[in-house]
Design a protein around this ligand. Structure first.
Ligand code: PMP
Length: 287
């Protein structure tokens, strides 16, 4: 049995849900998205995702078609209809389907945004065995556009990066610009050196991770030292630990960078502790 998904106000079986071939998300990657994790049937960091969605839309001059309360209702209804215990809700909003292809934005009075949401069930998401062994990353050039703070659906290069990593027998790629790591293909990147957590500062160079914000707040509450600055691949290889964060991976240790073991080559205590705190606090605060 397929999923029930949401398209422009309707809850439909996934095989009956359609969007136009003229949708600007399809023709021009003119759209934004969010992924909110579900743990124990509840939404993790929902307010953060809705706030970032509003910002992404506003930066692209796309009308925000739904209030935070409406979005919460739709997320909850999809989780309920699809019996999701652990997994996530994917949301995408595009500038809509003007009925033809044109570089000029359509009149927002005539063309309304397309809204699509669907669930992804991932039983045992928080108990991933990978968290016990860690992941391996390669470095690749960051050739993405200059507004990575907007969560657009232009995911071709991150997707290619993931394939380059797989080809190299690794799990993910860290992107490098001007000699410094920007972020992972779909996550924020961190190293730990001498007890200090180092991660790139926020700017238009990276996505402002919702998990990043939560994890750094928990780290500071736990009296850990956080330094927000760019770091190099060499620093990562010389670090005591490395890890990534994202809504679907939470905190995930990185044990190898470009073939060099990080620290002992096994997940380190800081990443393990942050994962534990993040999961515990997220479960408590989930709605
Ligand atoms: N950076 C990039 C490029 C991403 O795609 C993601 C995940 N969508 C992240 C960082 C992590 O963001 P979040 O913690 O909000 O999932």
């Amino acid at each position: 049995m397929g999923r029930t998904v949401y398209v422009n106000g309707a809850y439909l079986p996934e095989n009956q849900a359609h969007v136009s071939i003229f949708d600007r998300g399809f023709l021009m990657a003119d759209g934004v998205y969010e992924v909110t994790s579900v743990l124990d049937g509840k939404l993790v960091d929902f307010d953060g995702h809705v706030a970032r969605l509003a910002r992404s839309l506003s930066e692209l001059d796309i009308e925000n078609p739904l209030t935070a309360d409406e979005l919460l209702d739709i997320h909850r209804e999809l989780v309920r209809l699809n019996d999701v215990v652990d997994g996530g809700v994917y949301l995408q909003i595009t500038r809509g389907a003007p009925g033809d292809r044109d570089f000029v934005f359509p009149d927002p009075e005539e063309t309304k945004p397309t809204v699509v949401l669907f669930t992804q069930s991932k039983p045992g998401l928080a108990d991933s065995p990978v968290a016990k062994t860690g992941i391996k990353v390669i470095s690749i050039d960051d050739i993405r556009w200059g507004r990575r703070d907007i969560k657009t659906v232009q995911l071709l290069y991150p997707s290619m990066g993931k394939m380059m990593a797989k080809k190299a027998g690794c799990d993910d790629a860290w992107m490098v610009e001007d000699g410094h790591v920007t972020e992972g293909t779909s996550n924020n990147a961190y190293i730990v050196k001498g007890g200090k957590i180092i991660t790139r500062n926020l700017s238009t160079d990276i996505l402002h991770g919702i998990t990043r914000a939560a994890v750094l707040a928990f780290a500071r509450e736990a009296q850990m030292v956080v330094e927000e600055r760019p770091f190099t691949i060499q620093e990562a290889q010389d670090a005591d630990e490395a890890f990534i964060t994202s809504a679907s991976m939470f905190v995930m240790p990185v044990v190898e960078v470009d073939g060099a073991a990080v620290g002992t080559g096994t997940p380190g205590p800081v990443a393990a502790r942050l994962r534990e705190i993040y999961l515990e606090e997220s479960r408590k605060a989930a709605i």
